[in-house]
Design a protein around this ligand. Structure first.
Ligand code: PGA
Length: 268
């Protein structure tokens, strides 16, 4: 990652943790990270994305556990999806505006599990992303190819298409606020992470595509993360790559100690 982009480290809990486990997690996270955040000027930006029902519990637990840490250095809380409309007849959905009202600051959008398991198409993902921006959240757009697409040499075309469909229509100042997570589908939850060189190649490619579509300034500002079997053992190597500005962590983020070690490795 480059010095002028603040590293972003995100926990995606997926469908895990009760309210009691949520509270315990933040106590544990503060025990590991509190001293680091209190003394470090180079602290990474950290966000934890619980399930919707634990959102307000997570916000309160974060505030309590990190009370001794400067507000702008405390971990943020985010959601794993959000609807683009502010209100409406969308049974089972949560609006980005509702998530923001409950204290969320980030929204994962277009995760491959949403695309594949729940059939979310590009147009819906674009609307969700725009809604997240409108609500003042930092959207984290997930893109990535399947193993079949990689074998067919379609990796670049897939991530380009997914990125263009989601951000193509947005004005430059909005694009700057987005983070993009390159998450190859075959690496998610498989224990088979991409290599740091692979992640760098795709991140550099995405940055070049952003530069030609939205200008150099935007491309230099957007944070591009890697996700897919990130662990305390490999996170540092990903973030040492010049175009990889952070990590999106699933399984390894469920343990507060492991997630804290991942966040600490952002400092190099
Ligand atoms: P994983 O998940 O770290 O468990 O591979 C990453 C993700 O799905 O965001």
């Amino acid at each position: 990652m480059r010095q002028d982009r603040r590293p972003l480290v995100i926990a995606n809990w997926k469908m895990h943790k009760t309210l009691a486990e949520t509270r315990a997690y933040f106590v544990e996270l503060a025990r590991h990270l509190g001293p680091v955040l209190a003394t470090s000027s180079a602290a990474p930006e950290i966000a934890v994305c619980p399930g919707f029902v634990a959102l307000t519990t997570a916000v309160a637990a974060r505030d309590e556990a990190f009370a001794g840490v400067r507000r702008d250095l405390r971990p943020g809380v985010g959601v794993q999806n959000a609807h683009g409309e502010t209100t409406g007849a969308y049974t089972g959905e949560v609006a980005a505006a509702q998530a923001a009202d409950a204290g969320a600051e980030y929204a994962i959008i277009g995760h491959s599990e949403r695309r594949r398991e729940f059939g979310e198409p590009d147009a819906l993902i674009a609307a969700r992303l725009e809604g997240a921006l409108r609500a003042g959240l930092v959207p984290v757009l997930c893109v990535g190819e399947t193993i079949e697409q990689r074998r067919a040499g379609e990796m670049r075309a897939v991530v380009d298409g997914q990125t263009r469909a989601a951000v193509g229509g947005l004005a430059a100042p909005l694009v700057e606020r987005i983070a993009i997570a390159y998450e190859p589908v075959w690496a998610i939850g498989s224990g088979l992470a991409a290599s740091p060189a692979d992640a760098q190649e795709v991140a550099a490619h995405l940055r070049a595509a952003l530069a030609s579509a939205h200008g150099e300034r935007v491309a230099a500002a957007v944070r591009i993360l890697y996700g897919g079997s990130v662990s305390a053992g490999n996170a540092g190597a990903f973030m040492a790559e010049p175009d990889v500005d952070g990590v999106l962590v699933g399984g390894a983020s469920l343990d507060a100690g492991a997630f804290a070690r991942i966040a600490e490795s952002a400092r190099g």
